[in-house]
Design a protein around this ligand. Structure first.
Ligand code: GLN
Length: 313
């Protein structure tokens, strides 16, 4: 992608950045692992990647952060490319209405997670990839490097080690699924792959470019190839719309109305199908684990979308 050429759009992005920063005092940085607790809550970044290859950025859009659950979108895309609809025998398609790390439904629903965007669901998806690739996290890192065009992307070893040390809840989910026969590989190996994917560091600009294929019928911005078929891109967007914001998916759909996925690193990616992908980031989260300022930025953006119908590609 090239830097955006419309001064009006650039001014819009900067205006959203300015307004979103009024929310910076609100929320709390994730502290379930020490390695994330020292993030700077004053950071805010915004990046828009239009389907015709323009990149508009504001604030801290170039600063890499821990992508955490945003990796679940890439994991799901890779697993669907490989296994297609067979994946849905092992993970469901419905919103959970529960926190992303909840174990409650896992037992009553016989080890089949509600959807691929809660932790248990992403662990099942990671299990598929452990079966398919020698080092799934390295594969995911390579794919992210190719799709973003940024060969410098790295997995944060400190975050990975911290996830591992504090893995009890994710390990409980994995063992429960193993007991129900819904995990093929060893729990430790699957968890390690899942944590390594969560620990990848990317910036708003990297993420908007990488996930632009969801706005572009599956076409990857950097390679020009079809990364996933159009119907698959549509289905991933549908899942993001219903389950991408955890137990706040309904609220977010009402307020913003776009497919989106959030992570506890404070990033949220949203998709305007046929037009652009956007990533907003700020580390302080609300009680459901979604970034306060990033959600607000996407709300402002969605409110203004009509204004740009003639300008945006
Ligand atoms: N690594 C985090 C976890 O497993 C990912 C969760 C998230 O971003 N919501 O708890």
């Amino acid at each position: 992608p090239r830097p955006g050429s419309s001064p009006a759009l650039q001014a819009w992005v900067e205006d959203i950045d300015r307004q979103a920063r009024t929310k910076l005092g609100m929320g709390r940085v994730a502290d379930y692992i020490p390695a994330l607790a020292d993030q700077d809550p004053e950071r805010f970044g915004l990046a828009i990647c239009t389907n015709d290859g323009q990149l508009y950025t504001a604030g801290d859009a170039e600063i890499p952060f821990s992508i955490q659950s945003l990796s679940k979108v890439l994991l799901l895309s890779l697993a669907l490319r490989r296994h297609g609809d067979a994946l849905w025998r092992r993970v469901g398609l419905n919103p959970s209405g529960m926190p992303f790390n909840s174990l409650m439904q896992l037992e009553t629903e016989h080890g089949k997670p509600r959807n691929p965007f809660i932790n248990a669901g992403a662990i099942v998806v990671a299990d598929h990839l452990v079966g398919a690739f020698a080092t799934p996290s390295k594969h995911l890192q390579d794919v992210a490097r190719t799709l973003s065009g940024n060969a410098g992307l790295l997995i944060d070893r400190q975050v990975l080690a911290s996830e591992w040390r504090h893995r009890s809840r994710n390990a409980a989910a994995a063992y429960l699924m193993k007991a129900f026969g819904n995990l093929d590989n060893e729990v430790d190996e699957v968890l390690n792959a899942y944590f390594a994917c969560c620990a990848l560091r990317m910036s708003c600009a990297d993420l908007a470019v990488t996930l632009n294929y969801l706005a572009a019928d599956g076409h990857a911005m950097t390679t020009g190839d079809r990364f996933v078929p159009p119907a698959m891109a549509q289905r991933i967007n549908a899942l993001m719309f219903t389950s991408g914001m955890y137990d706040a998916a309904g609220d977010f759909a009402y307020r913003v109305g776009l497919p989106a996925k959030s992570g506890v690193g404070g990033g949220i990616v949203a998709i305007v199908p046929g037009r652009f992908s956007v990533c907003a980031w700020s580390p302080a989260l609300d009680e459901r684990g979604n970034s306060v300022a990033a959600q607000y930025a996407l709300e402002l953006l969605a409110d203004d979308l009509g204004r740009w119908s003639g300008t945006l590609p």
